[in-house]
Design a protein around this ligand. Structure first.
Ligand SMILES: [Zn+2]
Length: 471
């Protein structure tokens, strides 16, 4: 078995891992790189392998850094199918359509301002490309619905365990059968937290698996408990409300947005926070919330206990508004506080959140509430690091608003939970740490090695290959 890490190695974006056994080449995830615009555009404009040679593609979940390069794969001649859960297919469709739209707008902007020089800028892919991607999907049920191995190619099959990260997310287990021998490799994709509202906990793997590709986003972090985080949220919301400020929350359109809405719904019902106007100002988040509503089979039991019986929807309540039009969004710029607005993108790199920050950063009554991982070189990271001034659209703004970080609603497991997850896998011998910045992966390797000297743990570099012996 040969494993090559084409992305999501030494960093958290661009997830792409190629597994080769015999004639079979299975691609795990096909995600885009995010960060510095110029660099990532180059990385995202061509694939580092021959798309025509790939046998099958399996997608762990619908975040862009895990599925955003699927249109390129098909453009480059990939002829096979794309395997994912039912909900991931729906999520990926919205995420890819949104990305195509943003690229079109970017290209139009560059052409209007002649940024690229004489030749016209083109989007990396279009709506039509997304339609072609969607026609290739095959839905695979979670193991809790079907214990059967799902056939991918001669001698290769797959199982999906719930990863509890976002709607539809899966831990992928590949099984290779060759010359009477069976070999297995698992890929966590992104692994969720235990005990988060709405989504189920990550489901333990019960098959014997020798090799594991494991995410390590928070490999050096211990999260506070969810109830502690809810208390902090309650306190900062009440403080900001009292001073008449706005609460500006950059969120990913999927995951944190829905979890926060759920928690805010509970806090409001229990009268622990005032019934203030809350806006979800992201068309993508709104569309994805609808996908959530269509997939109640993916909620955890608690969500049903809390809201299901009352005929109450977890993600809808009286003072919550999903904005649709640009006008509604713009009106929030001049609206006086107190109110709360959740808007994308989660790392403050693009989208409507930038306008809310432009209008909100310089007022000390306001609160910028950071609720997720902020990658290097992003505006969100600079806010977390406490920069006193930041640039948005080439203009300088001083940061006078309070900046508060609550990472506990993060859709990623912390170090102890990652370790525990690996420890429950029967027969594990070899771990590759992916999807983590260097220091996070190194710290996690150290933590795990202390208790498991018999496990081989590697931190692959980008484009690095490993040949694994059959055990
Ligand atoms: Zn993810």
């Amino acid at each position: 078995m040969k494993v090559t890490f084409y992305g999501g190695a030494g960093g958290v974006t661009g997830s792409k891992h190629l597994i080769e056994v015999g004639d079979n080449k299975i691609l795990l995830d096909c995600g885009t790189f995010q960060g510095h615009r110029q660099e990532t555009r180059e990385l995202n404009s061509k694939l580092p392998f021959d798309a025509k040679a790939i046998t099958a593609v399996v997608i762990s979940h619908g975040h862009l850094d895990h599925c955003g390069s699927l249109p390129l794969l098909i453009r480059d001649g990939y002829e096979g199918r794309i395997y994912s859960t039912d909900a991931t297919k729906d999520v990926a469709e919205w995420i890819l359509k949104d990305a195509a739209h943003i690229q079109q707008m970017d290209a139009d902007y560059m052409n209007r301002h002649r940024i690229k020089g004489p030749e016209l800028a083109e989007p990396l892919f279009t709506q039509k490309d997304v339609d072609e991607v969607m026609a290739r999907f095959i839905e695979v049920p979670y193991v809790r619905f079907s214990q059967e191995w799902f056939h991918l190619a001669p001698g290769v099959s797959v199982k999906f365990y719930d990863a509890g990260h976002i709607l539809g997310s899966a831990v992928i287990v590949l099984q290779f059968e060759q010359n009477g021998q069976t070999e297995r490799l698992a890929f966590t994709g992104d692994l969720g937290r235990v005990g988060t509202p709405l989504l189920p906990d990550p489901e333990p793997i019960t098959d014997k698996v020798e090799n594991l590709l494991m995410e390590s986003t928070y490999g050096n972090r211990v999260h506070r408990s969810i109830p502690e985080a809810v208390e902090t949220l309650r306190d900062v919301v009440n403080q900001t409300y009292k001073r008449g400020g706005k609460i500006i929350v950059p969120t990913f359109a999927l995951g944190r947005t829905q979890e926060l809405i759920y928690v805010l719904h509970q806090l409001t019902d229990k009268k622990l926070i005032p019934r203030m106007p809350i806006y979800v100002d992201s068309p993508l988040a709104t569309n994805l919330t609808n996908v959530f509503t269509r997939h109640p089979e993916t909620y955890d039991e608690e969500a049903w206990k809390d809201f299901g019986k009352k005929g109450d929807l977890p993600l809808a309540f009286r003072n919550l508004t999903y904005t649709v039009s640009r006008e509604e969004s713009k009106a929030l710029n001049t609206k006086p506080g107190p109110f709360m607005v959740l808007s994308a993108s989660g790392m403050c790199e693009a989208g409507r959140i930038l306008h809310h920050l432009i209008n909100g950063l310089e007022d000390e009554r306001n609160l910028i509430l950071i609720t997720g991982f902020q990658a290097q070189n992003t505006l969100g990271r600079r806010l977390v690091e406490g920069h006193k001034a930041v640039k948005i659209f080439r203009q300088k703004f001083s940061v006078k608003a309070q900046v508060e970080v609550i990472n506990e609603f993060s859709a990623h497991a912390d170090a102890p939970a990652l370790k525990k997850y690996a420890e429950t896998i029967p027969g594990l011998r070899h771990i590759f740490l992916v999807h983590g910045e260097g220091s996070q992966a190194e710290a996690f390797k150290k933590l795990v090695s202390q208790d498991h000297a018999d496990w081989q743990i590697d931190i692959p570099q980008i484009n690095q290959s490993f040949t694994l012996q059959n055990h």
